[in-house]
Design a protein around this ligand. Structure first.
Ligand code: SF4
Ligand code: SF4
Ligand code: SF4
Length: 266
């Protein structure tokens, strides 16, 4: 299916799975732009904002959160069946999110340690991205996504063109904005060289390192960055943990962390 479509007033839904709601809030925080958007689309389901009709047929379904329970598996299939385009938003939906740190651990043991009535908890052993369960048409990365990116996607769809996918590195935005490089200038380990653009190099713009919240960029050279981190004095485990963060299940970061661990580096 092409991501481009021409519909005068598309029916839009915003669904939530396991997540912190931050990506939905990014949309709500658009303020006036959200009101303009609401006039151009038919917002049929967005429980956080009011409209509630989870099984409605829609042109575009934005999905926040990861699949973490047996019920989630059934629900995402239902949403797919009712949606012309399905677009996961945010690190939880695109890479399993911070809750995917449990993947590879003993889920039952964690549940028993955390909850006084573990028998009441029904969760899958792994937290997985939406694309692991159903076909997706486009993905918006970030923790959280920026509301402006979501707006840009909807505007593209309204114009009947495919949304722009910027998989370049954060470094390109850093340079474009004229921000000094924290890694070259101050020796601070920065994930920008392997992280997908889209945030406008928010963190380097504030004088701190990128921690990779937008997930892997295209052609990310994780080997070179791991070697650079080592030369800056990071311990092997610290380097592994850089890749095992919010987007730990993104295949490129997962492979980088596994490779370092198999080498006995962390
Ligand atoms: S991606 Fe980040 S901000 Fe968005 S729902 Fe997940 S944890 Fe929250
Ligand atoms: S500060 Fe980080 S993102 Fe910016 S140019 Fe340097 S390494 Fe790249
Ligand atoms: S600079 Fe990196 S960590 Fe900061 S918002 Fe952008 S992608 Fe996320």
């Amino acid at each position: 299916m092409s991501v481009a479509m021409e519909i005068l007033k598309p029916r839009v839904a915003v669904h939530k799975f396991s997540s912190c709601d931050g990506c939905q809030l990014a949309l709500l925080n658009l303020g006036e732009d959200l009101l303009t958007l609401a006039g151009r689309v038919d917002l049929v389901h967005f429980a956080e904002a009011g409209p509630f009709d989870p099984d409605a047929d829609v042109d575009v379904a934005f999905v926040e959160g990861s699949v973490s329970t047996p019920e989630d598996v059934e629900r995402i299939r239902r949403i797919r069946a009712h949606s012309r385009l399905l677009i996961p938003i945010g690190a939880c939906a695109t890479a399993g999110g911070i809750q995917a740190l449990r993947n590879g651990a003993d889920d039952a043991q964690w549940v028993a340690q955390i909850y006084s009535h573990p028998e009441a908890i029904s969760s899958l052993a792994q937290s997985t991205p939406i694309a692991s369960h159903v076909k997706v048409d486009f993905e918006l990365w970030g923790c959280p996504v920026s509301g402006a990116q979501m707006l840009a996607v909807v505007n593209s769809l309204l114009l009947g063109v495919a949304p722009r996918d910027n998989a370049d590195k954060v470094c390109t935005e850093c340079k474009r904005n004229g921000y000094p490089c924290v890694m070259v200038g101050r020796g601070i380990a920065c994930m920008g060289p392997v992280t997908r653009a889209g945030c406008g190099a928010l963190c380097p713009g504030l004088g701190r390192d990128c921690y990779g919240c937008y997930g892997p960029a295209e052609n990310a050279n994780t080997d070179a960055l791991a070697a650079q981190f080592a030369s800056l004095g990071l311990k092997p485990l610290d380097i592994v943990q850089r890749f095992r963060s919010i987007n730990s299940q993104a295949p490129v970061f997962l492979a980088a962390a596994d490779k370092l661990r198999m080498r006995g580096d962390g």
